[in-house]
Design a binder for this molecule. Structure first.
Ligand code: PLP
Length: 388
């Protein structure tokens, strides 16, 4: 059975061109980039080339990019780095209630260290209101962190408007752009952000590598202490093959983003319309148009998300409910609850995320099998019996 992969928001297959670009850096060009001999300098050169590629993709300057161990590493660096470097100015951080755990848990950690954190609500579409950001600002606010787009239900947040508010208040703005960079335009100057997180494995690059954009002049403490790498902002011998892979992924994304976004949006809409039409008592989660081109998230009444996933998997179709990081937990998604869904609706959510190798035939295949799976599950559902 040929499997259909529809969980691109959790991770993407590594692009063959990315793998090809990485390979020499495991064997031929294996030198430590800190070495002054040619082996080292070649590796260093490849890192600097990637820095330029990543910078170009987001409209930054090369020296504003620091490589990290992925999106989680970038989020931790941004939030803790700014908080600890600016605690003489204030102790207040503003974020949203729909952030990825990499941001939420970092904020909770800061609360344990005496910082105060405001978790902003979202509307029924999952959008943060920039006016709520404005109202939450106090004289002690040092950082605002709001994600560019949500990984679960795909809403694209009004970062440029929040950027203006942050600038007026002289407050640093971080955005977790893990789900957007390489997929939709994410320009640091257009958005007015000071810090932006990127993860390699969400844009057909390798896992375990990412980057943090740090606007020149931003005050933050280093994430790791040790050697002089990354201009002393993140010590440790660089993951050269991973960084090269990220660079290649960024290069490919830059060439393909707009065409690919258009292709995926049309597949996404076909899937959404097909599900809502063919299965009654289904609801789209997230905004109908302010939405990532590859994200479909629906709640199917009277059915558990986990049961749908397992049944789809038996048909060779990989999907998810909530985020990958919380799929092992039975807690309903904090994102869907924040949008006002009931526990039952949140438990009945199904996320299908499309990507580079998704075809129209695959979408049709899902639309063929999903109604039957839902009907079968509903027939034995205690949720439907209690409703009836
Ligand atoms: N932020 C968002 C929005 C994500 O979707 C993810 C991954 O699911 C992360 C951060 C974490 O990135 P990484 O897996 O590279 O640590």
């Amino acid at each position: 059975m040929k499997r259909i992969y529809l969980d691109y928001a959790a991770t993407t297959p590594t692009h063959p061109e990315v793998v090809k670009a990485m390979l020499p850096y495991f064997t031929d060009v294996f030198g430590n980039p800190s070495g002054i001999y040619s082996y080292g300098q070649e590796a260093k050169g490849a890192i600097e080339e990637t820095r330029a590629q990543v910078a170009e993709l987001i409209g930054a300057r090369d020296e504003e990019i620091v490589f990290t161990s992925g999106g989680t590493g970038a989020d931790n660096f941004a939030i803790k780095g700014v908080a600890f470097a600016n605690d003489n100015k204030g102790d207040h951080v503003i974020t949203s209630s729909i952030e990825h755990h990499a941001v939420i848990e970092t904020c909770k950690f800061l609360q344990g260290k005496g910082f105060r954190v405001t978790y902003l609500p979202v509307d029924e579409y999952g959008l943060v209101d920039p006016q709520d950001v404005k109202k939450a600002i106090t004289s002690k606010t040092i950082l605002i962190s709001v994600m560019h787009a949500n990984n679960e239900m795909g809403a694209i947040e009004p970062i440029a408007e929040i950027g203006k508010i942050a600038k007026e208040g002289g407050i640093y703005l971080h955005t977790d752009a893990v789900q957007t960079v390489g997929h939709i335009p994410a320009d640091v100057n257009e958005m007015g952000v000071d810090l932006l997180s990127i993860s390699g494995h969400k844009l057909c690059g390798p896992k375990g590598v990412g980057a943090l954009y740090i606007r020149k002049g931003t005050k933050l403490v280093p994430f790791m202490h040790g050697g002089d790498q990354e201009r002393r902002r993140r010590a440790g011998t660089e993951n050269v093959p991973g960084i090269v892979g990220l660079g290649q992924a960024a290069k490919i994304a830059q060439q393909e983003t707009s065409e690919e976004a258009e292709r995926l949006s049309s597949l996404r809409d076909k899937l959404i319309e097909g599900i809502l039409e063919r299965i009654d008592h289904t609801h789209l989660n997230g905004h109908p148009s302010r939405r990532l081109p590859n994200n479909v998230n629906v709640s199917v009444d009277f059915v558990e998300g986990e049961s749908m996933i397992l049944n789809l998997d038996l048909q060779g179709i990989c999907t998810s409910t909530g985020s990958a990081c919380s799929s092992s937990s039975l807690e309903p998604s904090h994102v869907l609850l924040a949008m006002g869904l009931s526990h039952e609706q949140a438990h009945g959510s199904l996320r299908l995320t499309l990507g580079k190798w998704t075809t129209v035939e695959e979408i049709e295949q899902v639309l063929d099998v999903l109604p039957g799976i839902v009907a079968k599950l509903r027939a034995m559902s205690p949720l439907l019996k209690s409703h009836g």
